[in-house]
Design a protein around this ligand. Sequence first.
Ligand SMILES: Nc1ncnc2c1ncn2[C@@H]1O[C@H](COP(=O)(O)OP(=O)(O)OP(=O)(O)O)[C@@H](O)[C@H]1O
Length: 237
Amino acid sequence: MNELLKVENLQKTFNMHEFNEKQIIGCNGISFLLNEGEFIGITGKSGSGKSTVLKSIYRTYAPTGGSIHYKSEQFGPIDLVKATDREMIAIRKHEIGYVSQFLNVMPRITAIEVVAEALMEMGKGSEHAAAEAKSILAHFNLPSSLWDSYPRTFSGGEKLRLNLAQAMVKRPKLLLLDEPTASLDDASKISVKEMILQLKTEGTSMIGIFHDLDFMETVVDREYSLTQGVLKDEMTV
Ligand SMILES: Nc1ncnc2c1ncn2[C@@H]1O[C@H](COP(=O)(O)OP(=O)(O)OP(=O)(O)O)[C@@H](O)[C@H]1O
């Protein structure tokens, strides 16, 4: 199997300047391998560092130690801990997607524009992009009455489905999923599962955090358990 991502001894410590330089450990000593086309689920109790690991890979958080070796299409082998901001912007635009429940879009851009713009960033023409955007929003059961609305006012589940559509429509090389089924009803969970399985067959590698462990076990290839920010266990599921 071809290795896509190698996380070695990853550490993120937060320095709380407003609290007398108190330090909080987000994650520590995390090491794992992700192969091309593979899906790893990360589990662990609340506060154990699951989101911190994903945000460190996406570089929302700047890691304070360790390395994240990634095989980039644009830059070749690269350590995401040391990548420049310019490299990270290009990698996020074309290679690595990140989905959470929290909306991360510009104000005054409609739902359909959010998805169509993601496609245009990947080189699609505007007409094709608009048609494909409608099709993926329909797949995720986002009511067509919302397609021309601003996502700021969407419910939690609607925002999440838009985030999923925006990230998945790009067919990223690596997709980071932070609670992609939180606040979704059963029909929407099925849509998410179908899209995950489709991306897997197309070769997308994924790392996901799930509260719904039953759902997780239907989509992941391997599972890592984190406890208090330390990688404890690895098993094949
Ligand atoms: N921006 C931040 N500033 C300070 N501390 C943070 C920050 N982000 C996370 N932490 C701390 O790092 C630790 C790990 O948080 P993280 O969100 O990664 O946990 P988690 O396993 O994803 O939790 P949950 O399952 O509850 O979402 C926690 O103690 C948290 O308070």
